[in-house]
Every structure is written in structure tokens, then in C-alpha cells.
Design a protein around this ligand. Structure first.
Ligand code: MSP
Length: 514
């Protein structure tokens, strides 16, 4: 049975449409899911929407809708945006799904039965946008939320509390035993810092509104939205309903989250899992923020870019490629339209697009449209470069550096273009010499199509088609280390090499400014 790989995204609040920041998170998770499928793993890729809590009640009120009407409408925007952005999620979980409501109640009951939930009273500063309490020390001057820079509210409630403080030692032991569990290391240190500062118990139910999941043993309370949301990951893995599936998937879970929700995932969630008696997550990867003009893109700052509109302008796959290639996972990245167009022109139009165009043109003019086979690996330096690139790409994905995976892949594109410029096959007579040059370039295109497919799946499928190959470059297992096809010499066309129109016509910056 193949290894499993369970990739998650955060589940998004349905207080507004998806924006480029949330699209970034989802595209990144999608690329990991795609890469892991291509190396032959059995992938389960989960995303969804976070639909309970006060924030949603207020948004619905503003629009004169019931919370349910609102979340049905808004959740669909996410499903639609992810379809446009070619997101290959296997499941889309809504926290209003019956299956999730049942699991939250089951999971919480387990924690309660294990003695880690008790009744108390909570008074504190609450940010509705974060759906989180803050201590005085955490607030910005003027009693403002540190994330949204908005006024917080003083809330007093009878709440059930989760005894987070009792997990400090267990969490520290867990971090000690699993040094790589949070990536990047700066975020691991941040999480350790939070634990070492001393953990306080957290209030995990609400009584002031009812748009939430009823606490199973006390229906006057609904579950706090973060507690409810985190449990989505085990709902989708089959917790309590399919033990076999759960025990296969859960140990391979990879949570991709934004740095702003680190403490929920790297402190609360592992403790919740321990309290319920299951293993904490195996991997938490925290990405940075996508900024516009140096600021986080978010509803409250009204500086959002609609990813669907942007994709309609520059193309879905160029957008995906730019996000994956130019934002270093873990760091913030400043999004500019100029940066996107520059990357499009250099990597896609001038390098990859040009390579395909040249090769397919010359194969048609010199070889009658029949793709010649590549040279023996020992006869071309491209074979060795391809080998190095393939192992660099594998290593880059392993260390959560997709930008390096694509950088390495484009080194191969660049080398193939360079080899063509040196040999100038367009000036050669038909015959074995020109065939060798073109066969090698076709083999590079085949390998590149497999390696680039996590960012550019449809483009790479078109490349396969144009170089006379059947099927898709992202077919499961093609990049498998042992049984895959990333070694030199697999190019065997079954159809003609086709010269089509350029995949990526060059773009001018002012093209869509009108
Ligand atoms: N609903 C919670 C997550 C619950 S997960 C159990 C939430 N939702 S959110 O919609 O506000 O944010 C979801 C994710 O989107 C977070 O990881 C957040 O970091 C990410 N992003 C929101 N704005 C972003 C940018 N501008 N840039 C990158 N990621 C951004 O938090």
C-alpha cells in the first residue's frame, strides 16, 4: 500500500470573499498535494470553511440574512474560487456539516470525560475579527487588537474552560522529541516561547449567542469557534467513525497555516489532541503573509486582490507559478503586479514557452514532426544536469521550499535553451546530428513538464501533448523515486510533435491597465 499524505489548509472564515492571501495558502497546499501524488503517495487533501461564531453572526446581520443563509452563500464562493484556481482538494469541509457537528461533540466529550474541561467564568478583551481573547499585554496602545489594529470588546461569560495549563510539560516534551514538527524554526521557537511563558486555561464555550455547535453535556453553551474549527482536521480523517482510515491518515497530517494562527495550531491543537487521547499532528508548516504595499491583505484593511479576477487577467497558472516561485515559504512576500508580469515574461514566455516553441518548430521542419529519441545519458551533459535538478527538486519539496524546486527546474529549462543556442539545430541539415540535439531537448521538456506540474498542471499537460506524449505529466507516481519516470531516457512519443501557438505570449505591463 502506498504511503499516505494528509495535507490540510486552514478553514477560511466566510466573512468575505476569498482574496489573494487566502488563495496563496490554498495554492501552496495544492502544490504539496500534487507533488506528493506525483511521487506515488496516497494523498488526502482537505480544505473548507469556518462558519460559526460571532463574526459570522454579525456579517449576516449586516446583510439582513440568517447565519445559515449567509454561510451557504459565502462558502460557495470559496468552492468556486478554488475550482478556478485548479485546487485539487479531495474534501471540502464546512463546520456546519452534520458530520463535523457530531465529531466536535464526540471529541469534546472525550476531553471532558478525560477531566480536562471544567466550568468557570471568563472576563477579557475579545477581538471579534480574530474570534480570540487577548491579555492586556498583548494589546496595542489604545486597546487595539494586535492583528487587526481595531478596538477590542470586554466580554464576561460563564464558560467551560480547557485546562491548557496542564499540558505545558507534555508539550515541551513533545517539542523536544520532535524537533522538526513546526517549520520554519523561527515559528517553532515562537511556539516554544509561548509555552515557556506559562500557559493559561482557555475558555472554550460561549453562552452569549447560539450560532455554534451545542456542548454535548450542556446545551446552554456553544463551542468556541476556534475549538470547533481545529477539530475539522480529525472530522475529515474519520475520527470516531472510521478507525481504520483515521489511523492510516492521521499520523501523516501536514497542516499548512498562516503565521498569525500559529499558536492555535502549535500550542492549543496539540494539547487538545493529547487531552482527547490521540497523537498530536505530525507536521505544522507556517507560511508568511502576502502583503500589498507592505501590509497584510485582509478584509479589515480593504486592500484585497480578488484572485479570480487576477487569474482571469494573467492566467490561472502564471498566477499559481508566481505565488509558488516568488514567495519563500515561511517569509512574507510583497505582491506586485509588476513582479507577476516580470516572472511571467522571464520564466514562462522567454524560457519555457520559447523552449517548447523552438523545439516543436524545428522537429517539424527537420524531422517531419516525429520526435527523435534522446541521446544516451553518457553522451549529453543535459542528462547529468537533469539528474542533479531532479534530486534538487525532491530535496526542495522535502524541506518545504517549493520556490527552490521551481528555481531548480528552470535551471534545466535554461540549460536546454542554451544547448539549442550553441547547436543551432535550425541551421543544421536533417539527419542524426540534428535528431540528437532535438531528442535531448524533447527529453528535457518531458522531465520539466513532470517537475513543473504542481504549479502548471494544464500547461504541462499541453506540453506533453505537443511533444507527442500520451496522458498527463501529473499522473500519480510519475515522479516516484524508484518506479517513476524522472530518469533520463524515457521519452518515447506515441504521436506527432505539434507546433501550436505560443503557450505564453509575452505581456506588456500596461496591457491590462486600461
Ligand atoms: N478560520 C480561521 C482558521 C481556522 S483553521 C482550523 C482563520 N481564517 S482566516 O480566513 O482568517 O484565515 C485563514 C488563513 O488565511 C490563515 O492561515 C491566514 O494566515 C491566511 N491568510 C489570510 N490573509 C493572508 C494574507 N494576506 N497572506 C497570506 N495568508 C493569509 O484564521
Amino acid at each position: 500500500m502506498p504511503d499516505s499524505f494528509f495535507q490540510t489548509t486552514p478553514i477560511y472564515y466566510v466573512n468575505d470573499r476569498p482574496h489573494l492571501g487566502t488563495a496563496y495558502s490554498t495554492v501552496m497546499a495544492d502544490a504539496f498535494a500534487r507533488w506528493h501524488r506525483s511521487i506515488g503517495e496516497e494523498v488526502f487533501f482537505l480544505t473548507g470553511t469556518d462558519e460559526h461564531g460571532l463574526k459570522i453572526v454579525r456579517v449576516a446581520e449586516e446583510r439582513d440574512k440568517s447565519p445559515k443563509e449567509w454561510v451557504d452563500e459565502a462558502s460557495a464562493w470559496f468552492g468556486e474560487a478554488w475550482r478556478v484556481l485548479e485546487i485539487t482538494n479531495d474534501d471540502f469541509l464546512r463546520t456546519t456539516d452534520e458530520r463535523h457537528i457530531a465529531t466536535v461533540q464526540r471529541f469534546m466529550q472525550a476531553i471532558y470525560d478525560n477531566g480536562y474541561i471544567y466550568l468557570g467564568e471568563y472576563a477579557g478583551w475579545y477581538c471579534v475579527s480574530c474570534e480570540a481573547y487577548y491579555s492586556d499585554a498583548e494589546l496595542l496602545d489604545g486597546q487595539l487588537c494586535p492583528v487587526h489594529e481595531r478596538a477590542v470588546e470586554w466580554l464576561v461569560e460563564e464558560n467551560y474552560f480547557f485546562a491548557l495549563s496542564r499540558f505545558s510539560d507534555q508539550l515541551l516534551d513533545w517539542y523536544g522529541a520532535n524537533p522538526g514538527v513546526v517549520f520554519p524554526e523561527t515559528r517553532r521557537n515562537e511556539a516554544l516561547g509561548i509555552i515557556k511563558q506559562g500557559l493559561e486555561d482557555i475558555s472554550v464555550t460561549r453562552t452569549s449567542f447560539d450560532w455554534g455547535i451545542p456542548v454535548p453535556w450542556d446545551s446552554r453553551h456553544v463551542v468556541y469557534v476556534w475549538y470547533d474549527a481545529l477539530i475539522n482536521y480529525v472530522t475529515a480523517a474519520g475520527y470516531g467513525v472510521d478507525d481504520e482510515r483515521f489511523s492510516r491518515l492521521w499520523p501523516t497530517v501536514h497542516h499548512l497555516v498562516g503565521k498569525d494562527i500559529l499558536r492555535f495550531h502549535a500550542v492549543w491543537w496539540p494539547a487538545m489532541c493529547m487531552a482527547a487521547g490521540i497523537d498530536p499532528p505530525s507536521q505544522i508548516v507556517a507560511h508568511g503573509w502576502l502583503l500589498t504595499g507592505g501590509e497584510k491583505m485582509s478584509k479589515s484593511r480593504a486592500n484585497q486582490i480578488d484572485p479570480v479576477v487576477l487569474a482571469g487577467d494573467v492566467g490561472v497558472e502564471p498566477l499559481r507559478y508566481h505565488l509558488l516561485r516568488d514567495v519563500i515559504l515561511g517569509n512574507d512576500g510583497d505582491f506586485t503586479y509588476e513582479g507577476l508580469i516580470a516572472r511571467y515574461n522571464t520564466d514562462l514566455a522567454n524560457n519555457l514557452g520559447n523552449l517548447l516553441q523552438r523545439v516543436t518548430t524545428v522537429v517539424n521542419s527537420k524531422c517531419g514532426g516525429v520526435g527523435p529519441l534522446p541521446s544516451d545519458a553518457s553522451a549529453t551533459s543535459l542528462a547529468q544536469i537533469a539528474d542533479e535538478v531532479v534530486s534538487d527538486v525532491r530535496a526542495a519539496w522535502e524541506r518545504f521550499a517549493p520556490h527552490e524546486a521551481f528555481e531548480a527546474t528552470w535551471r534545466l529549462v535554461h540549460e536546454a535553451n542554451f544547448a539549442l543556442e550553441q547547436a543551432e539545430p535550425w541551421k543544421m541539415e536533417p539527419g542524426p546530428a540534428v535528431e540528437a540535439v532535438l531528442g535531448d531537448a524533447l527529453e528535457v521538456l518531458r522531465i520539466v513538464a513532470i517537475l513543473a506540474s504542481p504549479a502548471l498542471p494544464e500547461t504541462c499537460t499541453e506540453i506533453f501533448f505537443r511533444i507527442g506524449l500520451e496522458g498527463r505529466p501529473d499522473a500519480p507516481g510519475r515522479a516516484h523515486l524508484g518506479a517513476g519516470e524522472l530518469g533520463w531516457g524515457h521519452y518515447r512519443p506515441s504521436g506527432p510533435v505539434i507546433k501550436g501557438s505560443p503557450l505564453f505570449p509575452r505581456r506588456r505591463l500596461d496591457e491590462s491597465d486600461s
